[in-house]
Design a protein around this ligand. Sequence first.
Ligand SMILES: NC(=O)c1ccc[n+]([C@@H]2O[C@H](COP(=O)([O-])OP(=O)(O)OC[C@H]3O[C@@H](n4cnc5c(N)ncnc54)[C@H](O)[C@@H]3O)[C@@H](O)[C@H]2O)c1
Length: 707
Amino acid sequence: MSSVPVARVEREAELALIVIRSPPVNTIDATVRAGLGAAVRQVAEDDTVRGVLLLCEGRTFFSGADMGEFSGPPREEEYRQLLNALEALSVPVVAAMHGTVLGGGLEIALACHYRVAEPATRLGMPEVTLGIIPGAGGTQRLPRLIGAEQALDLILSARPVAAARAHELGLVDAVISGDLRSGAAAYLRDLIAAGKSVRRTGEMVVPAATTTPEIFERATERARKLYPNRRAGLVAIDAVRAATRLPFAAGLEYETQRVNECKQSTESKGAVHAFFAEREARRIPGLSQDVQPRPYAAVGVVGAGTMGCGIAVCCADAGIPVTLLDANASALERAVGTIDRTYQSMVERGRIGLEEKESRMQRIRPSLDYADLARADVIVEAVVEDMALKQEIFRKLDAVAQPGAVLATNTSTLDIEQIAGVTARAHDVIGMHFFSPANVMPLLEVVRTTRTSMAVIRTVMDLAKALRKTPVLAKVCYGFIGNRMMEGYAREAERMVLEGAAPRAIDSALEAWGMAMGILGVFDMAGIDVGVNVHVANAQRFPPDPTYYQADFALHEAGRLGQKNGRGYYRYEPGSRTRIDDPQAVEILRARARSLQVSPRMHSEREIVERCLYPLLNEGLRILEEGVALRASDIDVVWTAGYGFPRYRGGPMFHADTIGLPALLDGMHKYRDIFGPMHWQPAPLLVQLVEQGRTIAQWEAEGGARR
Ligand SMILES: NC(=O)c1ccc[n+]([C@@H]2O[C@H](COP(=O)([O-])OP(=O)(O)OC[C@H]3O[C@@H](n4cnc5c(N)ncnc54)[C@H](O)[C@@H]3O)[C@@H](O)[C@H]2O)c1
């Protein structure tokens, strides 16, 4: 335990500096609040103090509230008293900010009388993405300080703004280059010298020009559009409106009441669950801290296609040098061009400078020679989905890789046991299943075989962190967690278009429900040929259903590959990703349906969602029961981080408990009665839990599959 207090008061002549030090990110937990409260009382009682500076040591000013307190008793009253006491100080108070100042952190700054920040500071209010509203005075102080229109913009966008922009908005009074502490102290001294006194945000009036009905109408429209199926955005607008109508104290009461109401919502519980699920996913039972990671300072990637390029970029972005190997010189040349364009577009969007682009490009070394992989610590294979080819490559890797190198495959569906089996070092083999585009999508499924060593698992979990990925550990089975659950979801979507549903009807229903993109649009984006390759590689697993994935096959046979050639389930204008309905696609699908004698059917939006979702949830329960996933929340992470499942619904397993397992079982039975049992067999765990009247969460709390 450190004996350094979290809050201390230092003196610089007539100034008092309240200095907070609670590593790593000065989260506003109970200790920090107590320390800050005591420091505020101390300076309030000292009449030699003529100005107060509030600053934090370490990486950032207060980064935000303590998420761990989220499910506990309400803290709003405590926050309110603390912030009111800070604001009530009778000498000027300046917040000196650096780092990432979010939510509660920014609300503390708002309770100060003036705010200054380092140029690299980012400030924001992301609460609505957690299904809540700012609850420590943010909805009342922010509009008073910067006007209702800009306050609504900051709260609804949920995105942090840079210090310069915050300065333009009046959120920050000065941007301080150079040493923050001395710069902020000089700023405060100047204020005092100029006779400037306290300037309490709570005593300001929201500027009338920013409170017109049109501004609130526009905000409402925006909240509906940005956050469909959710209420927090609308509640935030109500709270900001209250700031324009109610006295400050009553506004704070109103805010507290509304934030507590938000915390009870499913949208908030789902989003908070998704947040903690990601943290939990990194914990691997049985993987002790004594197991040291192997090095991962140099990576090799085999196969310079879509995925190989993305993985190489992801490594280079993280500062890790990569050897990118392909069998084909022209493929390699194309890959270098693709990577160059990826970085060029980052430069054009202002994300990186030209120099940074060059240094990242230089980290990627193209190669045609396996001998160049001899010094790699981790090698990721990403060639086409073909078992014989992957085995051939792993034999080569076994021959060239240095002892102890981690040999990973990016296969989406193939049996990694069989791939590992061709090497003399199966314990070094593991799955690293990236998602496309690999340099953007946060999910990494880490797939262990029965022989993968703990050190290799540790190495890949650590590497994932270095690559800023969200790793989830899975066991080998067809499709692992994500794609195995995708099977029924996609199967039903394809089946429904054969039954006569328009592709857009399917995608719109799924998107209205909350999926980031409808599945048929996803297929067009990923490439129909990519899907068909996977189907062909796994044809031996197909159920005896002649319509199985026939929509994909029909489009593929007609030469429709998706966005890459402008024709798939939809049509695309050159260079555009906008989905255009295409009667030709519909005709191809109809013809296939006729030849397969699929009976047409009308689909309500509800049926579309249920038929896609129920098999997905049902398969999740099988995965859980088989122990393919360590825990239900890991399944939720896979789908929220990798497949565009709405975070505000928590993930598939959280959602199954939300709708209730009896409702899910009834749904499975309903469609089994219509379509027969082949695809609609309830998971044994589902039946068992319904019989026992338990939820997935209860089953897990009692030991789950580990019992
Ligand atoms: N595309 C996706 O969305 C996606 C997502 C996750 C995982 N995956 C998996 O990633 C792997 C690669 O998929 P992709 O879409 O990048 O394929 P791709 O066709 O774009 O690229 C494959 C590359 O491998 C190269 N190659 C072929 N034989 C080789 C050999 N013997 N040695 C070295 N290189 C060789 C090819 O020249 C090509 O450049 C597959 O296993 C796939 O299932 C794909």
